[in-house]
Design a protein around this ligand. Structure first.
Ligand code: GLC
Length: 535
């Protein structure tokens, strides 16, 4: 088995299942749902950070890399999770946040106390640059009372680590090896294309300073070192780099096998097609032509360059794709299955974000007090400061907040969706009808199962090349996969209308491999239909 025929399922541990009644999901909750995950057919579970953390950025502010935060359970719960997973053919992928640490981490605390050895773990400068933090405001904060500044590309409590320092690299490689020794094969590296920074950081007004620290050539060197010192020793390893504002050329280098960097990369260009003027905190319909162009360009170039994409519509940082790309009030089910087919039949490794397999939608939160995410809270204030009315600002938060996907997993229609007997850390969404109990025998879940099985049973899907098709069709996204003389044509209708099209001559005598409708009208696609033909 390779990562090419695997499907990875992402769990936001805080929100999966709470077995203690404290309102926060935990490892034992995940253990109790392994049979559910095995039934779905997934190979690996990616867990968002479960390490001790002040939780200022929900665990992405790590204060100890090699322990389990007691809120999630103990190390022995974790070991049991790994063992129980193995029994069911499920491996785990841990989230490695190696670009920054919490300012509560002992390295930063020692640096603050004046230890020069640890001060060199961070970027500390006399003069801040003009870079903007990804969560708003300056990317620099005063370093104690030294008169100097330290870099934090994210929250002020997330200090960037200086990878130029080989002691830092050694510490971080040891972290990865610590978890490998627990029997782990999967690693997701958080914002990893930001680690290759210059010795002296300089101002740059372009794009909030991003060109100064994103995808720098040194990043590739560091990834090769990380690979050689840790997961590269393991033939079964599956690694994915989260790449912020990246390019195709770099992603080919990050993921091409002979480079020995990573198995695959996440990029986010396709999830910015509903930004007005490239700004996230805006309200705008999505641009289908742009979405399609991005999918085709990335699909073809990664295929030609032998790079490998991580394919996804949802994660813990994104509002639910059904709300963004589908007329979900009328076509939630067909829309969900169409979105699934559009990536699961494509070239790359598909990721399912918890609840996607039952077509969960964004919650209907009514006030700012329902939101807890630091980025959303900052953005609301920034929108008000920019002159929006509270109503306008709130409308934008409602559609863009990361909390949209972080609401508790919806298991049943009882209080708190069966997630917790206590008060959930984040309110639950619309679980009266959309819940596992209702949906497991339904169309969406069953369609996901079918797609997962197809990837395992047919190399055309796991290994075929990617080529764009029907580029000029207004509402259709389509592509052709090819493997050892066989071909697969995948057609998806991204509209709520019936669309006429002409089947490519080569496929006139083809077989239907999968269809999210029970029947098929020749040369016509139903609203949100997804259909694939093989020859
Ligand atoms: C990544 C994570 C996000 C986090 C950020 C900082 O983008 O996915 O949740 O806030 O990195 O670690």
């Amino acid at each position: 088995m390779t990562f090419k025929n695997q499907v990875i399922y992402q769990i936001y541990p805080k929100s999966y299942l709470d077995t203690t009644g404290n309102g926060v999901g935990d490892l034992r909750g995940i253990i109790s749902k392994l049979d559910y995950l095995a039934d779905l057919g997934i190979d690996m579970v990616w867990l968002n950070p479960i390490y001790p953390s002040p939780q200022r950025d929900n665990g992405y502010d790590i204060s100890d890399y090699v322990s389990i935060d007691p809120v999630f359970g103990t190390m022995s719960d974790f070991e049991e999770l790994i063992q129980e997973g193995k029994k069911r053919g499920i491996d785990f992928m841990l989230d490695m946040v190696l670009n920054h640490v919490s300012t509560k981490h002992e390295w930063f605390q020692k640096a603050l106390a004046g230890d020069p050895y640890y001060q060199d773990f961070f970027f500390i400068q006399d003069e801040p640059t003009d870079w903007v933090s990804k969560f708003g405001g300056s990317a620099w904060a005063p370093f104690g009372d030294t008169g100097k500044y330290y870099l934090h590309l994210f929250d002020v409590t997330q200090a960037d680590l200086n990878w130029r320092n080989e002691n830092v690299r050694k510490e971080l490689f040891d972290v990865v090896n610590f978890w490998r020794e627990k029997g782990l094969h999967g690693f997701r590296f958080d914002v990893i294309n930001l680690i290759g920074k210059d010795a002296l950081l300089k101002s740059n007004p372009v794009n909030e300073g991003k060109p100064e620290y994103t995808d720098k050539p040194l990043t590739h060197d560091y990834l090769q070192m990380l690979n050689a010192a840790s997961f590269g020793k393991d033939a079964e390893s599956v690694t994915v780099g989260e790449m912020s504002s990246t390019t195709i050329d770099n992603c080919i280098l990050y993921s091409r096998p002979d480079r020995q960097e990573l198995s695959m990369t996440f990029n986010f260009h396709h999830l910015k097609v509903d930004y007005a003027n490239a700004q996230k905190w805006t309200k705008s319909p999505f641009d289908f032509a742009q979405l399609k162009h991005l999918f085709h360009t990335w699909g073809e170039k990664m295929s030609e360059g032998q790079g490998w994409n991580a394919l996804f519509w949802n994660n813990h940082d994104q509002p639910r794709a059904i709300n963004r790309f589908i007329d979900y009030k009328n076509f939630r089910v067909k829309g969900a299955t169409m979105l699934a087919a559009s990536i699961h039949l494509s070239r790359g490794t598909p990721y399912i974000y918890m609840g996607e397999e039952i077509a969960m939608i964004d919650p209907d939160f009514k006030s700012m007090s329902d939101y807890v995410d630091v980025e959303s809270v900052n953005a609301y204030q920034a929108l008000l400061d920019a002159g929006h009315t509270p109503e306008q600002a709130f409308e934008i938060i409602q559609i863009k907040s990361r909390d949209n996907s972080r609401t508790p997993m919806q298991w049943d229609n009882t209080a708190n969706a069966g997630f917790s007997t206590g008060t959930p850390w984040l309110a639950t969404g619309n679980h009266a009808e959309i819940n596992v109990e209702n949906e497991q025998s339904g169309e969406v879940y069953q369609f996901y199962k079918q797609l997962i099985q197809l990837r395992k049973s047919d190399q055309l899907i796991s290994d075929g090349t990617y080529q764009a098709a029907y580029q000029d069709a207004e509402h259709i996204y389509a592509f052709i996969r090819e493997f050892e003389g066989r071909q697969l044509l995948v057609l998806t209708n991204f509209s709520n209308q019936v669309i006429d099209f002409e089947l490519l001559a080569d496929f006139v005598d083809s077989e239907i491999l999968i269809n999210n409708y029970a029947t098929h009208q020749p040369n016509q696609l139903q609203p949100y239909q997804a259909i694939a033909f093989t020859i």
